[in-house]
Design a protein around this ligand. Sequence first.
Ligand code: PEP
Ligand code: MG
Length: 540
Amino acid sequence: GPVARMAAPPSLPEKRMTAGAPADEAVEARRALERVADLLDRRAAELRGDAAAVLGAQALMARDPELARRVGEYTEEGEPAAWAVHAACGAYQELLRAAGGYLAERAADLADIRDRAIALLLGLPMPGLPDPGVAHVLVAEDLAPADTVQLDTEGVLAIVTRGGGPTSHTVILARALGIPAVVGCEGADTLGDGSTVAVDGDAGTVVADPDEEFADRLRQRAERRRALLAESSGPGRTADGTPVALLLNVGEGDPHKAGAHDSEGVGLLRTEFLFLDRSEPPTTQEQEAAYTALFEAFAGRTVTVRTLDAGSDKPLAFARTGHEDNPALGVRGFRTSRVHPGLLTEQLAAIATASRKTSAEVRVMAPMVSTPDEADEFVSLARGAGLTRVGVMIEVPGAALLADRLLPRVDFVSIGTNDLAQYTMAADRTLGALPDLLDPWQPALLHLVGTVGGVGERTGRPVGVCGEAAAEPLLALVLVGLGATSLSMSAPVLPAVRRALALHTRDECRRLAELALAASSAEQAREVVRAAVHPEAAEW
Ligand code: PEP
Ligand code: MG
């Protein structure tokens, strides 16, 4: 489709305006920030779930007293309001970037607040989404949450941004909306407004000015795929009838909407949404109500609740664990309960109470379990709370390597390939700079999945995969070949995974897995598997 570029953010005029009295400039600047916060709140009120929460959190940032204090410092130094906002936001962004992880990614939210406030102060057009009146490919430097959540899913064919890492808001929300997106695209700057581009979200490629034949081929492929996927429904099965449960990854959002998808249940409930961006943990009653609503929406189906995964890229104000130079290797996930045991026991009690009220098949699992002893500890806590189906996530290579000792102690395991990739390849998953090492096709990662899958087959313990690896149809085949008995992913990709499975037998999946394991690189693994799958799946 045609490119529609996002309006450039307002820039400060070269010639500095003369500042009024510092106190007046400060009032003007703070008023602008307040108007931005109001605007974000108004938008949040029109939305629900993830979208509303993201905008609500951004409005809080615009009202942050620390930001206002910094603005005051600059106006005192004689800066006019717009310049003071620019400088204060810049200094604050530096702090966030230095903190790393989740906080560093919030620096983009602050840039958006800055641009909107400066536009108000200088009487310039408010930066935001273009509206060319036709279906288009949205091209931007980066998308702020305020923009992403307002995307018109009909009008936007695809998103291309120059910035943004694999865990940016753009990726998370675009995937939830089912809009193809390519982030971190080096050449995004060179795509002219109105020029035609072909975007392949599966392959992560953007082709400028494609010739008609190429564009037609892509369109036909997309059309064929849409038609085939529209026919796919029901439980996951290989071509020879081996069941592979297809489950959803669920976080914040409308439980009924999640429940309405054609899935066999929830494979990963990320409970962090109840805890993030708060100064106090949610009360037991609040947790019970949230879990009950979700369990009711999935009555009769499996719901796998992951207990709180705090720390590292998900820091919580009330679960501090002291300064850590390497938070991804620190007190996070299940380890948080060493320092704050009450958070976990209260959560387990709330899950158990909600579970008794509904007919969903509730399972619980702990994130970041590293040893068989930790698995024992979690099982005893969860059973003590009255929960009967208890498992752990395998996200640490140490846990995968001792799968033969760990699996017999639990009812099931679920492999978190996002973290397992980061720890296997020693590559920070929040860095945009190392995508090749974090590629879920890395043969080393697949070997660990195979170790766990093999033990699962021998011991009869179900082995799920709930990282992003399960969302790639061809890789999903490999995972099943490695022994995965269920796959969990975001809703828009589920039909493609279901279709890919239906085209291959269990033995064919095993052969694909052998091919991938024998490869020397992620790229080679992907290529050899693509060359060996059913011709229909090879097009994806
Ligand atoms: C994972 O690590 O693969 C996973 C599913 O958990 P999260 O992405 O929430 O860390
Ligand atoms: Mg994880």
